[in-house]
Design a protein around this ligand. Sequence first.
Ligand SMILES: Nc1ncnc2c1ncn2[C@@H]1O[C@H](COP(=O)(O)OP(=O)(O)O)[C@@H](O)[C@H]1O
Ligand SMILES: [Mg+2]
Length: 161
Amino acid sequence: MFCEELFLSDESKTIEYANFLADSLVKTALEISSALVIYLDGDLGAGKTTFVRGVLRSLGYTGSVKSPTYTLLEEYDFSGRLCIYHFDLYRFTSPQEWEEAGFDEILTPPALCFIEWAHQAKGYVNPSDLTIALSVHNNGRMCRITPESDVGKKIIALWKK
Ligand SMILES: Nc1ncnc2c1ncn2[C@@H]1O[C@H](COP(=O)(O)OP(=O)(O)O)[C@@H](O)[C@H]1O
Ligand SMILES: [Mg+2]
């Protein structure tokens, strides 16, 4: 089911794909000694937050998944076993805000970290292990996944198995 580039015809397909990918993301996040960092690229409305909601649902989280557009960060703690951080840096006016907000100090592993608009904190934000790019295509979304580190490459290899 994994594909570097995949067409997701509606919202339910985005959720389903996030569900499928979540297992390996969580497994890897629990194994490595730093936070697993995933950049979510794409315009407003591309489905980035929907993807994070899919991952959270597959972990059994049933609460609301708010877009961190105003709060910058939403945190989900899974009984101290794993923390999921969901950033939306759209409202950053300068990259230093990453440090000023104390974000460089909070990403303690084991953690799975999704970042929307990461380039807004370029030079400060943690580098990406995987980039998931979403774009509007017809009435659905195109989803492209690119590894950005050795860890990212290993995850892709797991999905290809
Ligand atoms: N594969 C898809 N096809 C069509 N619409 C989708 C798809 N995935 C998500 N959406 C819709 O896109 C809209 C914006 O989603 P959201 O996740 O908030 O975007 P972003 O976080 O990128 O701004 C939502 O209304 C959602 O239902
Ligand atoms: Mg969003």
